[in-house]
Structure formats: C-alpha cells, structure tokens
Design a protein around this ligand. Structure first.
Ligand SMILES: *Cc1c(COP(=O)(O)O)cnc(C)c1O
Length: 422
C-alpha cells in the first residue's frame, strides 16, 4: 500500500462488528484465567498484553502504523521524543561505551548526549556531518556502539547524507540511528538509504496538531546483531529473562523487542492510550499535510530570501542552499515546513521581529498545524554555550519559523508587517 493508504489503514483492521476507529483501551492491565498464561507472558514465551507500560492495544496500533510508514519490522512508542532518543541509545550502549553523533542535532538531544548520558557513563562525541569520511571514521572507537544524526537538523536545517554516514557506520559494524522528526516518512524513509534505527518526536508532524507529547523508535530489522562482537548483549543470555537470547528468540526484531522488554520495562517512559489515539488522528492526515507544509514553506522561504532586511535564509529546498543537492536526493517530495533565517541587526532585531508578528505565534514548538516561531538562542538552545551553539549551527539572531497550513498569502503578509517594523 502507498503512504496515503497506510496513514489511514495500517495498524488496525477491525473485524466484524468492531469499532471502525481505533478504540482507546484506557486500561492499565489485562486479565487472564490462569497463572500459567501470565507466567508465559512474563517469560516472553507467548505474546499478549498484560500491563500497559509494556504494551497496550491502542498504542500498539500506532506503533504498527508508524512501522509500516517507515518500512520497519517494529516500533515502540515512548512518552516523548527525548525518551525515544534515550532508549534508542540505551538499548545498545552501557557505562563505558561510546556513541558518535553529528553535531547538528536538536538542542534537547545535544544536552541528553553531552550531559546526561555522560553521567550514565556513556561518552558521546560530536562530529561535523560535512567532515570527510576519513575524519568521521577517525572518531569511531573500539567501544563505539552507534552513530546518530538527524535527517533534517533542528534548527540548522542541515540535511544528513544518510547513505554516506550509514556506509561509514556499517564499515565499522555499527548501526546508524536517524532522528527523522522533521522529514517524516512522507518526505524521507531513512531505511531506504541504509539507516538501521529511526526515532521521532511524534510531538511534531506525526501528531501535527500540538496535542500530545510523544516519541517512537522504529527498527528496520536489517542490522545483523548476531555476528558482531560489539553487541554481545543481543547474543548472550539476559539474566532478567531466565537466559533469553534476543537474536535467537526474536530474529530481525531483536533490537525493538530488547528496547521494550528491557528498557521500557525498567525505565517506564511509555505512551498512554489516550495520547496514542491523538497521535493516530494526526497520522491519518500526515500524507495530506506534509506536501502543503512544504509548498507553503517553499513560498515563504523565497519571500524571505527576497527581503533586504533578511541576511540569511536556511531552507534546504532553496536553490542557493548549501543543502540543496542533498535535499534533491533525500527530500524529493519537499523539504519540510521549517525555515531558519536571520534578520539583520542580530539578537535585538530578531526579538523585535518576533514581537511584531500577529498571526504567527511565539511558541516552544515546531511542526504545528499553525504557523509558529521561536528564537532558539533564548529558548530551546539557551543551555548551550556560544561555542556549542555554533557547533549546532545556530547564531544568536537565528529565527526558527515553522510554516503552518494557513493560506500562504496570510503567512507572508504577517511576516511582511513584522519586517516593516524593523
Ligand atoms: C522536539 C524534538 C525532539 C524531542 O522531542 P520531545 O517530544 O519534545 O521530547 C527530538 N528531536 C527533534 C528533531 C525534535 O524536533
């Protein structure tokens, strides 16, 4: 089935007399008639719902839908995008291990990697994704467990050369994890270019309506954990499941099952059924919404690029963009709805511009159905030092504009009014 159809039908097929819409199974638990059945569930010998931290029918429907959209073998929803990134790493790395990440990543992920994972004993080093193959390879160590990047980096809008980075990772026997939040599977399916794991903040385009915080991890099922000395946790018995071996018991789904039955079991950052229901509503129109975000953003980017008071516009769809060639390869259906730009006059002019907007709202969010704007240096990225800001591709006056689904002439008129105020 094509993406439009999957958005509507994947993950839930009602049988005779069952609800047409994915039902909200608002229950923490599920009952069984014998202790033997429950024991088998706990030993992972049979599949079934028993406690909503580990699995819930509503959440499961969303997981299956997102797995189908990305072309993966399985997915797991999490309570937030941050939780998805965290678990995507913790399924692979433990204290003493190392992860290599591109430096153009979301500020929250940067903090998670640079500060919190370090406190867990996992060291993350950051590399410029435009560095040469040899320079990137030189950063890989014996204890490296994953390479991490973002399809379209938030908010620098740098496009990841997924195929190149995947090849570098694979040559060293490492999986590539890609945060596909800004592209969504409608614009890019990283697995088709060699990525092994995809994470999303579903909070953004997948929900799309600014209703529900959430995240998801998707497993391509393609990485060979079994024959790899770096990943002995997949091939050696897990004491917490009476000696179960993930690659033997779950084959291609070993990673995503391990993420669920080990990390979600122990960390508990799960999505709830009500939240999953909202995410599903957003997913149903994802294939319809994404092209319009892209069309509107393209027109807004062209408008901004034509303005004297704007010194720089970063949108991978613009022909002059340094990311244009990569966008042609990875984002054939459009370059998403987010534009980063800089007004002349730095931090002060940026603030005045934002304060002069009427239709466009100032909010800590992107990928809303409504146009919204943010100043990263004073909000999402304010914990970063100036040096780290530059590493993430952010300047003090940078404005991140998330173009919504309003009529584009109304969006442009609002931006024009604010520019006139400068
Ligand atoms: C927002 C965002 C996250 C974090 O997601 P939350 O749902 O806010 O926890 C991760 N990656 C990217 C690219 C994001 O935009």
């Amino acid at each position: 089935m094509e993406l439009e159809t999957l958005c509507l039908h994947a993950g839930y097929t009602p049988k005779n007399g069952e609800p047409r819409v994915v039902p909200i199974c608002q229950s923490t638990t599920f009952t069984y008639s014998s202790t033997k059945e429950v024991a088998q569930l706990f030993d992972l010998e049979s599949a079934g719902y028993f406690y909503s931290r580990i699995g819930n029918p509503t959440v499961d429907a969303v997981e299956q839908k997102i797995a189908a959209l990305e072309g993966g073998v399985g997915a797991m929803c999490t309570s937030s995008g941050q939780a998805a990134s965290l678990i995507s790493i913790l399924t692979l790395a433990k204290a003493g291990d190392h992860v290599l990440s591109t430096s153009s990543i979301y500020g929250g992920t940067f903090n998670l990697f640079a500060v919190t994972l370090k406190r867990f004993g996992i060291e993350v080093t950051f590399v410029d994704q435009k560095a040469s193959d040899a320079e990137i390879k030189a950063q890989i160590r014996e204890n490296t467990k994953a390479v991490f990047g973002e399809t379209i980096a938030n908010p620098s809008m740098d496009v990841l050369d997924i195929e190149r980075i995947a090849n570098i990772a694979h040559e060293s026997g490492l999986p590539l994890i890609v945060d596909n939040t800004f592209a969504t599977p409608v614009l890019c399916r990283p697995f088709e270019f060699g990525a092994d794991i995809v994470v999303h903040s579903t909070t953004k385009y997948l929900d799309g309506h600014a209703l529900q915080i959430g995240g998801v991890i998707v497993d391509s099922g393609k990485f060979d954990w079994a024959n790899n000395p770096r990943f002995t946790e997949f091939t050696e018995p897990d004491e917490s499941y009476h000696g179960l071996v993930y690659t033997k018991a779950f084959g291609k789904a070993a990673y995503i099952v391990k993420a669920r039955v080990q990390l979600m079991r122990d960390l508990g950052c799960c999505q709830g059924p009500q939240g999953a229901f909202y995410i599903n509503l957003g997913l149903e129109t994802l294939a319809l919404r994404m092209p319009r975000y892209c069309e509107n953003a393209m027109q807004v980017a062209r408008f901004l690029a034509s303005q004297d008071k704007v010194s720089e516009v970063r949108y991978p769809g613009l022909e002059g963009s340094p990311n244009f060639a990569l966008a042609q390869k990875y984002l054939k259906n459009g370059a998403s709805g987010v534009i980063s730009f800089e007004v002349k006059g730095g931090r002060e002019a940026g603030a005045k511009f934002i304060d002069s907007l009427k239709l466009t709202s100032l909010q800590v969010h992107v990928a809303d159905i409504r146009t919204c704007v943010l100043h990263p240096a004073s909000s999402t990225h304010r914990q970063l030092t100036d040096e780290q800001l530059v590493e993430c591709g952010i300047t003090p006056g940078l404005i991140r504009l998330s173009v919504g689904l309003e009529n584009v002439s109304d969006i442009i008129a609002d931006l024009q009014t604010a520019l006139n105020a400068l």
